[in-house]
Design a protein around this ligand. Structure first.
Ligand SMILES: [Zn+2]
Length: 285
């Protein structure tokens, strides 16, 4: 069985060193999109990832996390970073998001609202992926995530300075659906367990009737260049050698599956790829 169709969303973007996406890569700054996927299935609409919260965008502490990281690598914060489309309204800022609630605004571009969703899947709890969880909770949408990710977030080791914003995932009203490994959450939609970047990171596989298999690695592979050069993501939240090895295993697994299934791969943070796959307007079937 397959899903019906899918759309790629963009919630905003962040200005980060490429070495954050490419292990051993250059420290040049680049604008990377906050992306998400919406899939229409026989069980309703399923969302994968939510971008960053409006409250995080408006909080100077979020800016500081990005700025401190860049300045630590020798960047001058007063020098703008060029962007391909879409252009940030303030190119000296470190992040931007869509107006209002970014999740609500992104869904509206395809005529949906949060209450239309049957389920949301969160790849991991970094603030550029988890910001819409409170909106989902208010709309009564269940949120699927690997148990290992929730446990890491609640362990006290998931610090704000490392990109974890507890306001996103601490509300008692979130209807969590815990996953333990690979899980088919609807016909044609599979959550793939791809730990390493964070301890409970997930990717998504979608099978469609006309275009076949799509793989969305989220932060298991931020950029097309990860696949071309065979390099993993640039950071592992767990911080151990075992986390690095898991990231490598997860990345190799995604590459092998993509090859075996002749899949289309859409990295989580590649603006050029995201721009290309946001067409056609009716979604991919
Ligand atoms: Zn991440």
């Amino acid at each position: 069985m397959t899903a019906k169709r899918l759309f790629v969303l963009q919630f905003g973007a962040e200005r980060v060193p490429k070495s954050l996406s490419l292990r051993g890569g250059p420290h040049d700054l680049a604008w990377e999109p906050f992306s998400g996927i919406v899939v229409e299935t026989t069980d309703g609409w399923i969302l994968f990832d939510t971008g960053m919260a409006r409250a995080a965008q408006d909080d100077a502490a979020t800016e500081a996390v990005y700025r401190v990281g860049a300045v630590g690598l020798g960047h001058n914060p007063a020098v703008a970073t060029p962007a391909v489309h879409p252009t940030p309204s303030d190119s000296l800022h470190w992040t931007w998001v869509l107006p209002g609630d970014p999740l609500v605004s992104a869904l509206a571009t395809i005529g949906l609202s949060p209450s239309d969703l049957a389920l949301a899947v969160i790849s991991h709890l970094h603030l550029d992926h988890s910001g819409g969880i409170p909106t989902l909770a208010r709309a009564g949408v269940p949120v699927a995530i690997q148990s290992a990710e929730l446990e890491f977030a609640r362990s006290g080791r998931a610090r704000f300075e490392a990109g974890f914003r507890s306001d996103d995932w601490s509300a008692a009203t979130v209807d969590w659906r815990r996953l333990d490994g690979d899980t088919e959450v609807a016909d044609g939609v599979r959550v793939l367990s791809t730990p390493g970047h964070t301890p409970g990171h997930s990717s998504l596989r979608v099978d469609l009737p006309d275009t076949g298999t799509w793989i969305f690695p989220a932060d298991a592979a931020d950029l097309g260049q990860n696949f071309l050069d065979g390099v993993t993501c640039g950071s592992c939240a767990g911080g151990t050698i075992a986390d690095e090895l898991r990231a490598r295993e997860s990345f190799d697994r995604l590459r092998a599956e993509a090859r075996r299934l002749d899949a289309r791969v859409v990295p989580g943070h590649d603006q050029v790829v995201i721009n290309a796959v946001r067409h056609p307007p009716g979604g991919h079937r």
